[in-house]
Design a protein around this ligand. Structure first.
Ligand code: IPM
Ligand code: MN
Length: 363
């Protein structure tokens, strides 16, 4: 953060990425700039072309020097990674996971909130029932790449993929979750989601760390649920959750379920957070190649990721205004959140949110 002519200013690296990423990020930037005008701050965006097209042309994915450059920004705003002409995993690992790990973005924060007017597949559940946040550990577990093959390609082949859980990594994630639950100030309930009955090493460590840190937060109610039961309760009684903390793999899985109960990938946003470093905010859906360039994809997830980014930068009023705008649009304008069924184009939805952010109404 800096100041330019007495106005707060922030430098933001933009990785629009692949597929529909650029379309949704364009709308996000439109809305963020409008918020800056209203709330008196300036955003300096710098675009980077990391993604499938650059890889196909240059065979470069994300260099160490690129990471050094990204470290100079206040935050990173990411669209989507994944290209149909590039083998699955190359870009996801080479850009998304590499950045999460290299910038030590050890928290993946994913709110699951049903906005007014949005249809959920859960029968008899509404916005009062679906409002919780998943704190996913983002740098360890099954994602570290530890493991290997033995006798690869033979009938005796062995593949091992190990889950790495360090006391340091687990505890810092759990501490973040307790602090977050305290600040969120809703039900003040934190649920550890694990699998202590089977993963008796990994989640034993998680459970001990959780119970020890819990002693420092007497005002927070703690709870535990196995990951399979968590999926069940998310569908049956989502109102039981306030904040859930879990490991990388379980967090990945339950937040796709979370996205579905809050209305789909069109609305789900997340932040890859390093509280002491550079964080990265993104819509959690993929690059949706089949909708690319059609101006029909829903930009609200990218816009909401932008709001999370502003909140993280300390521009809380602006973040709240964007959330109000998104809620106004879902409640009063959109027919559906799905691509091609919104009743408006991608850019029209972005325009409506931007107008509300500017004037609290849509003309
Ligand atoms: C996510 C994605 C990524 C993950 C993939 C693309 C590597 O599914 O952000 O949830 O598994 O973390
Ligand atoms: Mn995922």
């Amino acid at each position: 953060m800096g100041t330019e002519n007495g106005v707060r200013s922030y430098n933001i690296a933009v990785i629009s990425g692949d597929g529909t990423g650029p379309e949704v990020i364009q709308e996000g930037i439109k809305v963020l700039n409008e918020a800056g005008l209203r709330f008196n701050f300036k955003l300096n965006f710098k675009e980077y072309d990391f993604g499938g097209e650059r890889y196909l042309k240059t065979h470069e994915i994300l260099l160490d020097s690129d990471l050094e450059e990204l470290k100079k920004y206040d935050t990173i705003y990411l669209g989507a990674i994944g290209h149909p002409d590039v083998a699955p995993g190359v870009l996801e690992k080479g850009i998304l996971l590499k950045t999460r790990f290299a910038l030590d973005q050890y928290i993946n924060l994913r709110p699951v909130k049903l906005y007014p007017g949005v249809e959920t597949p859960l029968k008899d559940k509404g916005p009062d029932d679906i409002d919780f946040v998943v704190v996913r550990e983002n740098t360890e577990g099954l994602y570290t790449g530890c493991g290997g093959f033995l006798k690869k390609g033979t009938s005796g082949e062995v593949a091992i993929q190990e889950s790495v859980n360090t006391r340091f990594g687990v505890e810092r994630c759990i501490r973040f979750a307790f602090e977050y639950t305290k600040k969120r100030n809703k039900a003040k309930k934190l649920t550890l989601c694990g699998k202590t009955n089977v993963l008796t090493y990994a989640f034993n460590l998680w459970e001990r760390a959780f119970n020890e840190v819990a002693k420092e937060y007497p005002d927070i109610t703690t709870d535990y649920a196995h990951v399979d039961a968590t999926c069940m309760w998310m569908v049956k009684n989502p109102e039981w959750f306030d904040v859930i903390v879990t490991d990388n793999m379980f967090g990945d899985i339950i937040t796709d379920l979370g996205a579905m109960i809050q209305g789909g990938m069109g609305i789900a946003a997340g932040g890859n957070i390093n509280p002491e470093g550079v964080s990265m905010f993104e819509p959690i859906g993929g690059s949706a190649p089949k909708y690319t360039g059609k101006n029909i994809i829903n930009p609200l997830a990218a816009i909401s990721a932008g709001a999370m980014m502003l909140e993280y930068l300390g521009e809380e009023k602006a973040a709240l205004k964007i959330e109000q705008a998104v809620m106004y649009v879902t409640a009063n304008k959109l027919k559906s959140l799905s691509a091609g069924k919104m009743g408006y184009s991608t850019s029209e939805v972005g325009q409506m949110v931007a107008e509300f952010v500017a004037k609290d109404k849509i003309c």
